[in-house]
Design a protein around this ligand. Structure first.
Ligand code: SF4
Length: 314
């Protein structure tokens, strides 16, 4: 096409797959190699349709609940983590299962158990209904953990033993919003125990920092990720709060060209469950309408890799 207007495409880094997502996908692939198809996966292994469809073609079958898994087939639990009752039910049925829970989510699970053993009540900062929240609540007895979603919720808390509180958080929250909620909790409950280290994971905070780093240069930001992906939604929020109009899209076909207009610079990032191939697809789609000059802003190098479960690599 002739006379395409110039467009700088500034790609945030780090972006896309984190070590936990990479590991979860590899677990399904290795389970397919080890056990043959079909391998059942309870819930979307990670929140990305593209990833799920690819694994389906390889022989993975995605189900909502364990009772949809036949007795003679293996099942993988998703990266978001599961309540304790799920592996217990799998064991009762004699199912072969592989747990793809991200080690950083498991770390929060173990902290929750320790806090309950210390006799504390947990205030959990997270989003109601998210699988990670359901999984973490399922690590401790009912009634021993209370969800807080917004700063305003802190004033409404009605907890009986204020001297024995602790807080934990979901791994994929907004760093800034969480800091405000933690501030409100500490102001209201000065004795509340904080986690030993930040629960918001390295991938979530690095991707948010990388968006902040490119925002000042961008007229629009496209965030590639699924509408049910918590960390992707947070990336769009971070961009908007930096004053840059942002849209969450699953892939290039969802670009709203009227909204995009004729910008000088478009920023691109991708949530932790979005593969790089979708970033390239978006850059190519932009290239069909603009004379693209591509640049990458490498904000924080990432080298995190998680070990695979022994039963799949032995
Ligand atoms: Fe693990 Fe963080 Fe990736 Fe979630 S976003 S899978 S917690 S590394």
């Amino acid at each position: 096409m002739l006379n395409r207007p110039p467009l700088k495409v500034l790609i945030a880094a780090p972006r896309g797959f984190c070590a936990g997502v990479d590991r979860a996908i590899q677990i399904v692939e290795l389970a397919l190699e080890r056990f043959g198809a079909p391998v059942y996966v309870r819930h979307e292994i990670v929140h990305n349709r593209f990833v799920v469809e690819r694994l389906k073609k390889m022989g993975a079958v995605f189900v909502d609940e364990l009772d949809e898994v036949p007795d003679d087939r293996p099942v993988v639990f998703s990266a978001h983590g599961v309540p304790k009752s799920v592996p217990a039910a799998a064991q009762d049925r004699g199912l072969t299962y592989v747990d793809a829970t991200c080690p950083l989510v498991s770390k929060v699970h173990r902290q929750a158990e320790r806090l309950i053993a210390e006799g504390r009540h947990i205030v959990f900062i997270g989003h109601a209904g998210h699988p990670e929240v359901i999984g973490t609540f399922g690590q401790v007895p009912a009634g021993s953990i209370t969800l807080v979603e917004r700063v305003e919720d802190v004033a409404q808390l009605n907890l009986s033993d204020e001297a024995n509180l602790a807080f934990l958080t979901q791994t994929t929250l907004s760093v800034d919003d969480t800091a405000a909620i933690v501030g409100a909790l500490k102001a209201r409950f000065p004795a509340i125990k904080a986690p030993r280290s930040e629960d918001i994971c390295y991938a979530t905070s690095n991707r948010q920092a990388a968006v902040k780093a490119i925002a000042a240069e961008c007229d629009r930001i496209l965030v590639i990720g699924a509408p049910n992906s918590s960390n992707s939604l947070r990336l769009a929020e971070v961009a908007e709060r930096m004053g840059v109009p942002a849209r969450l899209i699953e892939r290039a076909s969802e670009i709203d060209w009227d909204w995009l207009g004729q910008p000088g610079t478009v920023g691109i990032t991708a949530g932790a469950s979005a593969p790089e191939v979708l970033v390239r697809e978006v850059v190519e789609a932009l290239g069909e309408r603009f004379e693209v000059i591509e640049a990458e802003d490498d904000h924080v190098p990432e080298r995190m890799v998680f070990k695979l479960p022994r039963e799949l690599v032995a």
